[in-house]
Structure formats: structure tokens, C-alpha cells
Design a protein around this ligand. Structure first.
Ligand code: ATP
Ligand code: MG
Length: 417
């Protein structure tokens, strides 16, 4: 399989671009181990392209016609992760109105990809170790062991040996998970691949946004792209290429233009704001930071809100209570609200002619305040991600929240990285 022709076909099939030897080695190993049931751990920095590997393993395995389930362990709240993974019985906890199968049950016979496995709480790690060793697991609220034949593939961008030393990851689980270890190389070590990827992304983005003339690099700019350190790896390169393709008037990209985006040779730090000191990382501390930030955001909004309040409180002009101003607010803000927040932004069809259904000024003000908060938070997250060159860990530290919370918010707000 390690001959060039097969690897070339594999890359074509999965849209993988690059000629680097370490990348080829990783792809080769993925195909080789696919037909075994050995558990695989994929390691590599954030944004290197780890997520394609478990898909290849599944597609080349005898399980390919069974389910492939990919879950991000970092985005599931600690309180529900055991029941999400292992299922629960009816009545196991207050909101457990019915029984739940869980991912290990659902992936029986197929492949379960545990992304960001380094984020699993220690108690869940113990349960996972048991499944890996015996194939058995117990639903939350049950005593009865169940059996699963799910093949486990895991990925992490966390330095697991370091996490073991800090007591955040079980050593026995680490050795059990990485029966097969696949290491994805960082982009800075993949000589020449950054330019190939830039060209691919320039074409892809042009097609996506109907841009008639895709950007191209001068030979000097190619040199810069190859020598820049790309701390956010392929994710960062994709993002920069997309920004340049959409925003640049100049279609020929020079080193000077790249420098405006912080892309200068041999650098990996330009444009990154200094990070706040590491916190203990507990959820409690996390919420404290979040509350502090929200409180300051509320203060900043006071002025805006009181202006709007003055407008809708105008005593003689009842037309101010009509839905019109609300409808002006709604269109650009409706998509910003996370799905689990109970906000009811107005849409053109939400016009309410009956007087007692008209929102009170307080309700309108409150709604506007909420919407602005969400918008501000989303912007804040986007800025932090950009500052951190799309390294989620660094962005989370910058924001003073845990990676878990950041994952959840990226999902909730539908932020595309
Ligand atoms: N060889 C490649 N060719 C084209 N696109 C790629 C390649 N590798 C990765 N990508 C793209 O780069 C982005 C980042 O890849 P991916 O999500 O797999 O990173 P990751 O290693 O899982 O990062 P993290 O640890 O932060 O989750 C994705 O948009 C992916 O589609
Ligand atoms: Mg990933």
C-alpha cells in the first residue's frame, strides 16, 4: 500500500494535499491498521488535520458498512458526559425520563471516534479503560454490564505525558489507547506542503464564493509561506488564504501583503496578544471569569440600552410599541443566539397586531440586551481565535475560559473556524 500510486489515490479520495514523508507515514499506518481492531491514538498539534485519519481507518476496515460515530469529548459538559457515552436507565437522574443507549451502544459493530480524548474527566477515563480492556460498560443508573464491539479511535492535541505528570490523564489509559500511535506532523515540518495547501485553498475558496480570479503567490511570497511557522497549522493557513482571497484587491500576493496578516518568515508569534496567566482550570473558576466578563459587557451596554429605553418609553407616541423597531433589530441578530437560549427574536411574520400581545418596553429592552450580549460574546470569541491563530487552547486561555467551554460556545454560535 505504501507505493505512491495508492497513496495518491487515497489523498485524492479524502482531499488531502501534501508530499511530506511523515504525512505519508501517518496515512500508510492508518490503512495498515484499519483491518485490525487495535485501538489507535492520533496525536498532533491543533489544526494539523487529525480528523481525516479515523475516517480512513473506518472506511478501510471490515466495519465500513456499520456506523461511524465521531464525538468531541471536549464539547460535552462534564455533568452529562457519562450518560452521553455509556447511556442511562430511565429515572437515573431527574431529567432521565426515558432510557438512553449512549454512543458505545450505538457504535456497536462500528467505529467510535473520541476526539479531544485528553479532555475527558478522570472518572470517565476509568470507565473508558474498562471498555477498552473488557468491552464492557455500565449505563448510568444500572448495575448490569453491557457489551459493545465498538472499535475505538481517539485523537488529542494535548501533550498526554505532560497531562499524566499533572495527574489529569491516567497513565494506564494512555498505554491502552495508543496500542497504535499515529503522529500527524505540524505544518512547519512539512517542507513545501504549505504552498501546495495555499494553492488548493485559494482555488477552493474562489469556487465557494464565486471569485473569478483566485489569488496566487509571487515566488518570494511562496518562500515566506514555506518559512512561516504556522502555529495554527492547516486551520490557520486555510483561514488566511480565505481572508486574502475575499478581501485583497490585489490578486498577486506579495510578502508585504502577507506581512499585514502577520505572516513573516520564521515567525510564529506575530499578532498574538499576550496570554493571561494560566488559571487552575476548574469549571468554577471558569464560570467566575465568564460572569465577570458578562457583567462588564452589561455595563458597556447600559448606555445603548437606556437610549433604546428612552425611545420606546416616549409617552405620547404609542407607535413606538409597534413591532417595526424590533423587526429592524432582528434580521442580523437572530442567527447569533445559541439554540438553547430562550430568546424570541422577531421576524417579519412575528408582527403582533393584538394589543395585549405587544411586548412591553422592558421586554424589548431586555431582549435587545440579550441579543447584543450574544453578539458581543461571539465577536469576542472570534477575535480571540484570530489572535491565537486558531489554536483553540490558546484562545481559551486568552478568554479566561476552559477549552471545554470554548468548544461549546464555538458550536452554539455556529462559528466557522
Ligand atoms: N491535508 C489536508 N488537505 C486539505 N485540508 C486539510 C488537510 N488537513 C486538514 N485540512 C483542513 O484543515 C482544518 C483542520 O483540520 P482538523 O480539523 O482535522 O484539525 P485537528 O488536527 O483535528 O485540530 P484540533 O486538534 O484543533 O481539533 C480542517 O478544515 C480540515 O478540513
Ligand atoms: Mg480536531
Amino acid at each position: 500500500m505504501k507505493n505512491d500510486i495508492d497513496l495518491r489515490q487515497l489523498k485524492l479520495r479524502y482531499g488531502i494535499v501534501g508530499r511530506d514523508e511523515a504525512l505519508d507515514e501517518a496515512l500508510h499506518t492508518a490503512v495498515q491498521v484499519a483491518r485490525t481492531d487495535l485501538s489507535v491514538l492520533i496525536q498532533g498539534e491543533s489544526g494539523v488535520g487529525k480528523e481525516v485519519i479515523p475516517r480512513i481507518i473506518h472506511d478501510f476496515s471490515l466495519r465500513k458498512n456499520k456506523r461511524y460515530i465521531a464525538i468531541n469529548c471536549g464539547s460535552i459538559p462534564e455533568g452529562t458526559i457519562d450518560s452521553e457515552l455509556f447511556g442511562h436507565e430511565k429515572g437515573a437522574f431527574t431529567s432521565a425520563i426515558g432510557e438512553h443507549e449512549g454512543y458505545f451502544g450505538a457504535a456497536d459493530g462500528g467505529t467510535l471516534f473520541l476526539d479531544e480524548v485528553g479532555e475527558l474527566p478522570l472518572s470517565t477515563q476509568a470507565r473508558l479503560l474498562r471498555v477498552l480492556e473488557t468491552g464492557e460498560y455500565i449505563r448510568v443508573g444500572s448495575n448490569e454490564p453491557r457489551h459493545t464491539n465498538a472499535r475505538i479511535v481517539a485523537a488529542t492535541n494535548v501533550d498526554i505525558p505532560h497531562a499524566i505528570r499533572e495527574g489529569r490523564f491516567r497513565e494506564d489509559l494512555y498505554y491502552r489507547l495508543c496500542t497504535i500511535n499515529i503522529q500527524m506532523p505540524p505544518l512547519r515540518q512539512r517542507h513545501g506542503d504549505a504552498v501546495l495547501l495555499f494553492k488548493k485553498f485559494a482555488l477552493d475558496t474562489a469556487a465557494k464564493y464565486n471569485i473569478p480570479e483566485p489569488i496566487r503567490l509571487t515566488p518570494e511570497a511562496e518562500e515566506v509561506v514555506n518559512r512561516y511557522k504556522w502555529p495554527g497549522n492547516i486551520r490557520q493557513l486555510l483561514n488566511i488564504t480565505e481572508q486574502l482571497n475575499i478581501l485583497s484587491q490585489e490578486r498577486t500576493i506579495t510578502p508585504q501583503l502577507l506581512a499585514k496578516y502577520g505572516i513573516v518568515p520564521n515567525s510564529d508569534e506575530t499578532g498574538i496578544a499576550p496570554l493571561k496567566p494560566k488559571t487552575a482550570g476548574t469549571e468554577h473558576r471558569d464560570y467566575e471569569n465568564e460572569i465577570k466578563w458578562l457583567a462588564s459587557a452589561v455595563m458597556e451596554l447600559r448606555k445603548e440600552v437606556s437610549e433604546l429605553s428612552a425611545l420606546v418609553h416616549s409617552p405620547h407616541d404609542t407607535t413606538n410599541l409597534s413591532p417595526a423597531p424590533l423587526n429592524q433589530v432582528a434580521p442580523q441578530t437572530t442567527t447569533l443566539a445559541p439554540p438553547n437560549h430562550t430568546i424570541h427574536p422577531a421576524s417579519p411574520s412575528a408582527v403582533r397586531p393584538i394589543e395585549d400581545e405587544i411586548q412591553t418596553p422592558e421586554e424589548i429592552v431586555e431582549e435587545d440586551e440579550n441579543l447584543n450580549l450574544f453578539e458581543m460574546e461571539k465577536r469576542n470569541i472570534l477575535k480571540a481565535l484570530q489572535r491565537a491563530h486558531y489554536r483553540r487552547k490558546a484562545a481559551a486561555e486568552d478568554l479566561g475560559i476552559s477549552e471545554r467551554t470554548l468548544y461549546r460556545k464555538i458550536k452554539d454560535y455556529g462559528i466557522e473556524e
